[in-house]
Design a protein around this ligand. Structure first.
Ligand SMILES: C[S@@+](CC[C@H](N)C(=O)[O-])C[C@H]1O[C@@H](n2cnc3c(N)ncnc32)[C@H](O)[C@@H]1O
Length: 239
């Protein structure tokens, strides 16, 4: 369904992942996040390269399950369980519908990812989710994931990022707005969404991500994909 949620003169504050957002989410994310399809393809590649037999794959903040499906359909290993987590009941229900008959051996959990145990994991995905966690809680979450990963396992994190260089920040922000315009969003929709999501989606810069991975214990991390102000990072636990 086409995203027209913000095409309104009403004052919109406090974006939530409710039933209305869940219904249009797939259209919203593709028209708002440059490079989204490539992020998903990279998750498929990562599971082929870093998955392990007899382990769990986690998709944290799964929304409609797109990353979980990429894990499932690209998985060449044996005896894996895909655990997809979201604290929005509407998203969890959509994910359950979308994974059924497409992915083998999965479980959808409606819960806060900060409360979910990570265990026997070889691949953990946080695709556009960490940015919605309170900044002071992010280190705790990344450290918990590190501890739940097996040796050689990986964490994939995709996020909207910001840049310390003001000119670069302004140039890339302009390009992102033009990307949204090119995908059919009006000035009103862009302004309303920005107002609604302010203080809810809180970005980090690239350096903050790398420092967090290091503090958690990851021995190597790097950016494997970037399109404008959206980046995907791979953090590897030593084998
Ligand atoms: C931008 S969407 C993620 C998109 C999805 N991972 C994908 O690849 O298409 C963010 C999701 O994270 C979920 N979320 C945010 N905070 C959460 C939390 N603390 N626990 C669980 N889910 C959370 C939201 O409900 C929402 O569905």
């Amino acid at each position: 369904m086409r995203d027209e949620l913000f095409n309104t003169g009403k004052d919109l504050v406090g974006f939530t992942f409710d039933a209305k957002v869940a219904a249009v989410f797939d259209d919203m994310v593709r028209r708002s996040v440059p490079g989204y399809q490539s992020m998903i393809e990279m998750i498929g590649l990562m599971v082929k390269t870093y998955g392990q037999n007899h382990t769990n794959y986690y998709d944290l903040g799964t929304s409609t399950g797109t990353s979980a499906i990429a894990l499932g359909v690209n998985n060449p290993y044996k005896n894996n369980r895909i655990i997809a987590v979201d604290n929005s009941i509407n998203m969890a229900q959509k994910c359950q519908e979308n994974l059924t008959n497409r992915v083998k051996n999965f479980k959808v959990i409606c819960a806060d990812i900060e409360d979910v145990a990570i265990d026997n994991a070889s691949v953990v995905v946080l695709n556009l989710t960490l940015q919605f966690i309170q900044p002071e809680q992010r280190q705790v979450l990344i450290t918990k994931i590190y501890q739940g990963l097996n040796k050689g396992g990986v964490l994939i994190v995709s996020e909207k990022i910001h840049f310390e260089d003001e000119k670069k920040q302004n140039n890339i922000t302009k390009l992102h707005l033009d990307f949204k315009r090119a995908n059919g969003y009006s000035e009103l929709e862009i302004a309303n969404k920005r107002q609604a999501i302010e203080n809810i989606l809180i970005t980090d810069n690239e350096q903050t991500h790398f420092e967090r991975f290091k503090i958690a214990g990851f021995h190597r991390s790097f950016c494997h994909f970037q399109c404008l102000n959206f980046a995907s990072f791979l953090a590897i636990k030593e084998a």
